[in-house]
Design a protein around this ligand. Structure first.
Ligand SMILES: [Zn+2]
Length: 88
């Protein structure tokens, strides 16, 4: 039986150093709030051949920004409108 090479989800990318399409290895670079940034490394020479962002749409949990609490004005005393006095 032929062993298929699908245990890694390896894809081929063209490598300039190797001069041919090479199998690449996924490496997790960054975990972003809306996804994960992967780097593709050539398995031949180890150089980076590209990157991709996998967005995790399934785990989206909307972050609700708490609204600013409405603080009553300090003092609580109503300011009466000043009556204009015409002082002569
Ligand atoms: Zn290479």
């Amino acid at each position: 039986m032929d062993k298929q090479f699908d245990q890694f989800r390896a894809s081929l990318l063209y490598c300039n150093k190797c001069g041919r399409a090479m199998p690449v290895r996924e490496r997790l670079l960054l975990v972003l709030p809306d996804g994960e940034l992967y780097d593709y490394l050539c398995q031949g020479c180890g150089s980076s051949l590209g990157s991709k962002t996998e967005r995790s749409t399934s785990k989206v949990s909307p972050v609700k920004i708490p609204a600013a609490p409405q603080t009553p004005p300090a003092g609580g005393q109503k300011r009466l409108p000043k009556k204009k006095r015409s002082e002569i």
